[in-house]
Write a protein that binds this ligand. Structure first.
Ligand SMILES: O=C(O)CCC(=O)C(=O)O
Ligand SMILES: [Fe+2]
Length: 349
């Protein structure tokens, strides 16, 4: 009996300490624009300790007013009706992901692929003795054009400066259907905090952990949503995004830790029927809450190019290098100014 109370008391003290650290961290973020490293780690620790609940509690407190002038039906998501919008929203709320009916146009896909083929990217050098499960990231800082005949790594990623410089991608960054959807999901004005694009190629199962090809949850922010755009055809062999249906709701008791998880332990916890392999033709668009368990399946042939844009409810968390503002088209400049808060990470020149 006493032991039980002691345990509860210790847990209470731990929760209080971590909540306090995060709350201080939020104040420091507000004053300096940067989250203290410790507060970020405490956010992760508390997330695991509370099976995810802490992030929901803090996020509810952080919610601010929403934009009320966005047309959610006009834009790349091509939702057309309010019913479709609500269905998609309900989909991601329930399952943690939603694959939209529409696709990015073939022209747009081709232009981005062409850009990716001619723009230097960085690769992640995987230690020779990598077992696939250890987690040593070593991003080689040399930028080079991706050459599929000379593979050096399972993934080749583009820097944010390179990504935002692509005209076709700028249209996606400033697409207001994405903004409207993210705002509803996050229940607050969202911030575009991350752009990512990378090639994935077969690498004999090596470096899976480094390449996000083992199950994990993302936790760079308190609450976030990622839109994925497949830019190549993706099937079971060419690296589908894999998502554990419903796993965004709370951490499974057998997986209550931070790090990478094996397929076996994830299957034992959630059942095979909930392990979704999200293949799709090029142009496929999906919204994913990657606080749920997910991975990229390692490829056995060909290559995959994916573009991703993340909206977060706060900049609390990991510090990324800011991206530089370029000159955008008049329409994009207008969106940039109209929703300044959302694009605040896209810095002035
Ligand atoms: O490659 C994938 O599909 C997974 C990527 C991933 O882990 C992420 O974007 O957070
Ligand atoms: Fe991830």
């Amino acid at each position: 009996m006493i032991r039980k109370y002691l345990r509860a008391f210790r847990a209470y003290k731990k929760r209080t300490r971590l909540y306090k650290s995060i709350s201080n961290g939020l104040e420091i973020l507000q004053a300096t624009g940067k989250t203290p490293e410790q507060a970020y780690h405490d956010m992760r620790e508390l997330f695991v300790f509370t099976a995810g609940k802490s992030n929901d509690v803090i996020s509810t407190k952080l919610s601010q007013s929403k934009y009320n002038n966005i047309d959610p039906l006009n834009g790349v998501l091509n939702l057309k009706t309010k019913q479709n919008f609500d269905k998609a929203l309900e989909g991601i709320r329930q399952d943690g992901y939603f694959v939209f009916d529409t696709k990015l146009s073939e022209d747009a896909v081709n232009r981005i692929v062409e850009y990716a083929k001619t723009t230097p990217c960085k690769y992640r050098k995987i230690a020779e003795n990598s077992t696939g499960t250890d987690y040593k990231i070593d991003v080689v800082n040399v930028e080079e054009i991706f050459d599929e005949n000379q593979i050096k790594s399972p993934v080749y990623q583009f820097g944010m400066d390179k990504i935002i410089a692509c005209k076709e991608i700028q249209k996606l960054v400033f697409d207001t259907s994405l903004l409207a959807f993210a705002q509803e999901y996050l229940n607050t004005k969202p911030i575009v905090d991350l752009l990512a694009m990378w090639w994935s190629v077969p690498y004999a199962g090596k470096g899976k952990s480094e390449a996000a090809q083992m199950y994990h949850f993302d936790l760079d922010r308190l609450k976030f949503i990622k839109f994925f755009f497949y830019l190549t055809d993706v099937d079971g062999e060419t690296g589908p995004h894999c998502y554990v249906r419903g796993s965004q709701k709370k951490l499974h008791p057998t997986l209550q830790r931070d790090g990478r998880f094996t397929d076996e332990e994830v299957e034992a916890a959630f059942g095979k029927e909930n392990l979704m392999e999200l293949g799709g033709k090029k142009g496929t668009i999906m919204a994913v809450d990657t606080r749920g368990l997910h991975k990229g399946k390692d490829l056995t042939k060909d290559k995959r190019l994916i573009f991703q844009i993340e909206f977060a409810n706060s900049m609390f968390g990991q510090t990324y290098p800011p991206f530089k503002k370029l000159d955008f088209d008049a329409e994009d400049e207008a969106t940039y100014s109209k929703y300044e808060f959302t694009y605040s990470q896209i810095m002035s020149k």
